[in-house]
Design a protein around this ligand. Structure first.
Ligand code: PLZ
Length: 454
């Protein structure tokens, strides 16, 4: 069971930390807004749970109809410190009153430098580091690849089966799954290659060393190590299904990369900043990437991303080669500094680990009596169940029904996975045990209800 209680940061307006439905989901005001959305917003921009937000904080999202929903998504692993966390709100408000923008490449400001210093200090490894800031995860990934190519003078990049790195042109090429991310949006960037990964539930239980050997052999034979600028991998795959690789897999890849002059890039956009019960997922296995990509959890909901890496690699790009109008925006930097303060001083890493224990315990107990839960996995506050049919095949339809049941009952539940059959849990670290348990009760009810329905 969870040992640590939720931190006192509740966040946002003082919201009652209780699930409560006062209308059907979505309620009438959300439905009216949805109609306006359909008339005004491009069709490709979907909403998986079509309620509109009035406020959010702690483990609760209050919708415009007055429903209090349990937040098991954190806006896809973003609001780890809480939504509208008071420290973040204060820092952003104070910064907004001073100046909102200069463009860091025109005139500097200390917030940007302070975030870079914090990242250099906190990311894995004691070597000399440099950081650069951007807006989105995809933009940071693009820049990591740019720098790796510039530094190595090589062009090829390796990504992995089930990987997700974004929706821009280069990152679509790096992302594995076609629908909905890539289909019809090509052609994609050249010199991107994909190799198998370690997926213990689906690869017959290969050891980390065995899975790494398969990937490395394919790289050596089909690309050639001397052509390879970088390999990019999520230490725990996010959109691909919360796939935790077998022990030793990441280390084997990273060692091979080092031996072959290949830049090893860890995409910690989803796993970073306490999410997995360590500050970074690489920390679990002592992996020290050449470049680490961070975003999402870094700034409590403000758009900020970063790359941090070995000084000699990061400094290889010429002055003026990196940048962007809004990259490292002062409001986002202020939010990041307040968030980083909370990660360091408010016990959030420990809280994430405790959330993981609670969730894993309850989900494993459910799996004991329900063979449709093929796998329970994850670390810290990044946990998932993979749902399968009687033949062990991915059951995306069941997964959709479980999510819909939860939504109707007032729990924001996300799905993921190459096969669309993974239910994932990404609660804010400010959530209480009571809400966690209540939300998991709903998931248990959802599974029970789908069992009785034919
Ligand atoms: N790398 C590992 O998880 C974003 C995608 C949401 P951006 N994942 C959520 C969606 O449907 O668009 C992500 C990630 C990893 C990169 C990214 C990209 O980050 O900030 O969405 O560009």
């Amino acid at each position: 069971m969870s040992t640590l209680s939720a931190p006192t940061i509740v966040g946002g307006p003082t919201l009652s930390q209780r699930r409560e439905l006062v209308t059907e989901i979505p309620g009438p005001i959300s439905r009216a807004l949805l109609e306006r959305k359909q008339a005004a917003v491009a069709n490709g921009v979907g909403i998986s749970l079509p309620v509109f937000t009035a406020a959010a904080g702690g483990g609760i999202l209050l919708d415009v109809d007055g429903n209090s929903l349990i937040d098991f998504g954190s806006g896809i692993a973003v609001t780890g410190v809480g939504n509208s966390a008071p420290g973040v709100v204060d820092a952003v408000t104070a910064q907004a009153a001073l100046f909102t923008h200069t463009c860091f490449s025109i005139t500097g400001y200390d917030g940007y430098v302070e975030v870079a210093e914090a990242l250099n200090r906190l990311t894995p490894g004691d070597h000399d580091k440099r950081s650069a800031l951007f807006n989105s995860g995809a933009e940071a990934v693009e820049n990591a690849i740019k720098i790796a190519r510039h530094y190595t003078g090589r062009q090829a990049v390796v990504a992995f089966d089930h990987g997700y790195h974004g929706r821009t042109n280069l990152t679509m090429a790096l992302t594995a799954k076609s629908m909905p991310y890539k289909s019809g949006f090509g052609p994609f960037a050249p010199e991107v290659y994909r190799v198998p990964t370690s997926y213990p539930f689906r690869d017959g239980g290969l050891t980390g060393a065995e899975a790494a050997k398969i990937a490395i052999t394919q790289i050596e034979k089909q690309i050639g190590a001397s052509n390879l600028a970088a390999m990019i991998i999520e230490p725990i795959q996010g959109e691909g299904g919360f796939v935790v690789p077998a022990a030793g897999y990441l280390a084997a890849l990273s060692d091979w990369a080092t031996a072959n002059g290949v830049v090893f890039i860890a995409d910690e956009v989803q796993t970073g900043f306490a999410r997995t019960g360590d500050l970074f997922a690489c920390d679990h296995e002592g992996i020290v990437p050449d470049i680490i990509v961070t975003a999402k959890g870094i700034a409590g909901g403000l758009p900020l991303s970063a790359i941090t890496g070995r000084a000699e690699i990061m400094d290889s790009a010429h002055v003026g080669g990196l940048g962007g109008t809004y990259a490292g925006n002062p409001l986002a930097c202020a939010a990041a500094l307040a968030s980083i303060d909370a990660f360091e001083n408010d016990g959030l890493v420990e809280r994430a680990a405790a959330i993981g224990e609670l969730m894993l315990g309850r989900l494993r107990a459910l799996a004991e009596t329900d063979t449709r839960i093929g796998d329970v996995r994850g670390r810290g506050a990044m946990i998932a169940i993979e749902l399968v049919d009687e033949n062990g095949e991915p059951d995306a339809a069941l997964t959709g029904r479980v999510a819909s049941f939860a939504h109707a009952a007032g729990v924001i539940l996300l799905t993921c996975g190459t096969y669309g059959n993974v239910v994932r849990f990404l609660p804010p670290l400010a959530i209480s045990d009571e809400l966690l348990n209540d939300g998991l009760d709903v998931v248990a009810d959802a599974l029970a209800s789908t069992r009785s329905a034919v």
